[in-house]
Design a protein around this ligand. Structure first.
Ligand SMILES: *Cc1c(COP(=O)(O)O)cnc(C)c1O
Length: 415
């Protein structure tokens, strides 16, 4: 029987503090049942809808009590000792984190080539250069040996990406950064919850760690992000710069006891705050974060069993003691296979199954390619991965029958 995400979340909503059911239907995407299998599908249920509606009725829509509650709960989830600052996207969060780390014109920041363009774009926003490096074979995370060869006197920071939810080795990353005097900004857009050596990503000693709540990310608020840091100075700067560089936010000015209209402008800040509607959805999603991961992990485990023996690489499971978020399931079709990556995507499409590619490496994109330094720079691991890369469907409510249908198409195409 098909186990729809809606019925799961409704069941959960009924056991929550507010058992009353809304008449509002769930988002249409959660209801589509035409036999197609999307590459990703968010789990949005009655609890999320009720939370957003309650904010709409509350009289306070923008950054306010729900954002504070979401930030507090997010920091608590990571084990405390960190500050969490909610922002409008991970892109905004990476930009603010890099700004708070003092990145500016003339600086260089090391970024893996196998990532979404935002990881590197934010460095250009600040007038600094993103220096692309290759990734490691198993983790598809940044290759520190190549990073070391690309260091110059201008290198100020490194942005490791926890690719697909596989943890970068944070002990090694932090040791590398400390040895070379670099700041560390983690791109944790895929990494919730991810553990490296037992410790949650977001709780390590990097200068900042940035999560995404975009529609397809491990938890979603539609659009949104979170900057997490142990450095109070970074947290304060991010808080100021997310809201026009004002010394107090609107909620402080208008709703707090002893409030007054007055404020000062201390910097030319941005407009990167999160709304209370989004935060209210995020609070519900965060409460489900482990259940959502478990759902993805179950589907991933079935893929491992069903794809065995085919000419493809599955993503590497997390090492013992670590936890993979299983944000996505990017496979690599072998060069020797009788079908190419594009054949596989076409076969999936013909069977009504969504697929994607994460990612065409940045050094193969026009803008970044044009900025590559002259002289040899090679990205053999990312190039080889990309040539065969296909991201096949993986989402929390995915059924065994759906996994098997995807695997059947792969077997027919490649076996
Ligand atoms: C999605 C993503 C981002 C950007 O996240 P937004 O919240 O959409 O701004 C950054 N880095 C990686 C690796 C991503 O996948």
């Amino acid at each position: 029987m098909q186990h729809s995400p809606l019925s799961q979340t409704e069941a959960r909503a009924r056991t929550g503090s507010k058992p009353r059911r809304m008449q509002t239907p769930a988002v249409p995407s959660a209801r589509i049942d035409d036999g197609s299998i999307p590459c990703f599908r968010a789990v949005i249920g009655t609890a999320e809808i009720n939370a957003a509606v309650a904010v709409l009725r509350s009289g306070w829509l923008t950054t306010g009590p729900k954002v504070r509650e979401f930030e507090h709960k997010f920091a608590e989830f990571l084990g405390g000792g960190v500050e969490a600052v909610a922002v409008s996207s991970a892109t905004a969060g990476l930009h603010l984190a890099a700004e708070a780390c003092g990145i500016g014109p003339g600086d260089e920041v090391i970024v893996p080539t196998l990532t979404f363009t935002a990881t590197a774009s934010v460095i250009r926003y600040l007038g600094a250069e993103a220096v692309l490096v290759d990734v490691e074979e198993a983790s598809r995370g940044i290759d520190l040996a190549q990073a070391e060869r690309r260091l110059t006197t201008k290198t100020k920071a490194i942005i490791p990406v926890h690719f697909g939810g596989y943890p970068c080795d944070m002990t090694r990353v932090l040791a590398f950064a400390r040895r070379h005097g670099l700041k560390v900004i983690e791109d944790a857009a895929h990494a919730l919850p991810t553990r490296c050596d037992g410790r949650l990503i977001g709780s390590w000693e990097s200068e900042a760690c940035v999560f995404s709540f975009y529609a397809t990310k491990p938890i979603t608020t539609g659009e949104g992000g979170m900057v997490v840091t142990r450095d109070h100075g970074v947290a304060e700067r991010v808080r100021t710069m997310r809201a026009h560089g004002l010394n107090r936010d609107a909620f402080d000015r208008f709703r707090k006891v002893g409030a007054s209209w007055d404020y000062d402008v201390v910097a030319p800040g941005y407009k990167y705050n999160l709304t209370d509607m989004a935060a209210a959805i995020g609070i519900v999603q965060l409460a489900r974060v482990e259940t959502l991961q478990a759902g993805r992990q179950r589907a991933a485990a079935r893929y491992f069993a069903q794809l065995r023996g085919l000419p493809l690489d599955c993503p590497t499971p997390a090492p013992a003691g670590s936890l993979h978020a299983w944000h996505m399931f990017p496979i690599r079709i072998h060069e020797s296979a009788r079908a190419t990556r594009d054949d596989v995507i076409a076969a999936l499409k013909a069977a009504n199954i969504g697929a994607s590619v994460h990612y065409r490496p940045l050094h193969q994109m026009s803008y970044w390619k044009a900025r590559l330094p002259s002289g040899p720079s090679a990205f053999p691991v990312a190039d080889r991965y990309f040539a065969g890369a296909v991201t096949i469907p993986l989402f929390p409510g995915m059924t065994e029958a759906q996994v098997d249908r995807v695997a059947d198409v792969l077997r027919r195409t490649l076996g």
